[in-house]
Design a protein around this ligand. Structure first.
Ligand code: SAM
Length: 331
């Protein structure tokens, strides 16, 4: 992963993409410093118009602990290191992705997440994800990645030319489409799963996906490594129901969105007539607490969740349990 530093801020650049094994990252080679992607992204401050161009180094990436911009740290190793000046914490690239999790680099401390997060960290599920697993979503009314992408693109129109995060990107199904579309100045493929990101890296390589504006970042959706108000859009495909706390995640998404920025997500919902039967609701909540899976939020709950997190103009389309929703950060 190459970087460029301008002023006090750091830009993460994906370096050469090479084929890697499923279980371990490739041995990193000497990294080369390349110019920033396009040298600029759309302005993303609270007051700037989205058409204005500012350098990407203007602090888009931030420490997930204190949210101050990250800086490049001098390193004797081959890989670049990054540091938060405030926390004195380093964030490291392994040649595939930048680990911007709070516990990244911890030697002793480890945390087990709910099963809906842990499942996707396994090499097997990550490997199978685009090789049959994702295709089964069609049974839940998901129209399929190409159609979902077309639907999402409509809602994402206000973000054209700007920075988009594909939150919980998995193996990068949509991140790759965003990068290929050339519609965004920056595409962040973000996931908590190391193995999903590894798969993403391999697919990018195999498909010859344009890499100039594409970055792979490991992060928790509830603790995003971006400055407040710096992002034009967040897309989250089939992920909201996997997040340990949808409210913590959507609040965080709202924090990083610029005013007028859009959140677009797909998920599965449950709000037919049976959902009103008290026993069914209790059962649903019990299942959710046992599995850590937030399946079957209703449309009304999703709308309320967005509103609670400062996102307005909620709209959604449905197809059976499948729903695609869009909500906008207050202007
Ligand atoms: C069903 S997959 C969706 C992948 C892809 N977006 C799609 O549309 O097919 C759910 C993803 O959510 C990710 N995930 C679960 N918990 C997460 C968390 N706390 N932070 C970030 N990503 C998380 C998983 O690693 C997994 O890749």
């Amino acid at each position: 992963m190459a970087t460029a530093t301008v002023g006090n801020s750091v830009v993460f650049l994906p370096s050469r993409l090479t084929t890697t094994s499923l279980s371990r990252p490739p041995i990193p080679k000497q990294q080369t410093l390349r110019p920033p992607f396009s040298a600029g992204i759309r302005a993303s401050t609270a007051t700037a118009a989205p058409t204005e161009t500012v350098p990407i180094s203007n602090g888009t990436f931030a420490c997930p602990i204190c949210y101050y911009p990250l800086i490049r740290k001098e390193s004797v190793s081959e890989l670049p290191d990054f540091e938060c000046r405030t926390c004195k914490k380093g964030y490291f690239s392994n040649g595939l992705y930048v680990d911007a999790t709070v516990t990244g680099g911890s030697e002793e401390y480890g945390e087990t997440r709910p099963s809906s997060t842990e499942l996707f960290r396994t090499p097997l599920v990550s490997f199978l994800y685009e090789r049959g697993w994702r295709q089964k979503f069609i049974w839940g009314g998901f129209p399929g990645p190409e159609k979902e992408f077309e639907m999402a693109k409509d809602y994402l129109r206000p973000a054209i030319g700007g920075a988009i995060i594909d939150a919980s990107c998995g193996s990068g199904l949509f991140s790759r489409m965003f990068a290929k579309s050339s519609m965004y100045s920056l595409v962040v493929a973000l996931d908590f799963s190391e193995n999903m990101l590894r798969q993403c890296y391999e697919f990018i390589n195999q498909e010859d996906t344009p890499k100039e504006n594409l970055i792979l970042v490991r992060a928790d959706v509830s603790r995003l490594p971006f400055r407040s108000g710096s992002i034009d859009a967040v897309h989250a495909g089939a992920a909201l129901h996997c997040w340990p706390s949808p409210s913590a995640a959507v609040a965080e998404i709202s924090r990083v969105l610029r005013p007028g920025g859009v959140f677009v997500a797909t998920t599965a919902i449950f709000d037919g007539i049976f959902s009103w039967i008290p026993l069914v609701r209790t059962l649903r909540q019990t299942l959710a607490s046992v599995s850590g899976n937030k399946f079957y939020l209703s449309e009304a709950e999703l709308k309320d969740l967005c509103k609670a997190c400062g996102l307005v103009d909620f709209i959604c389309q449905r197809n059976g349990p499948f729903v695609i929703l869009s909500a906008t950060k207050h202007n």
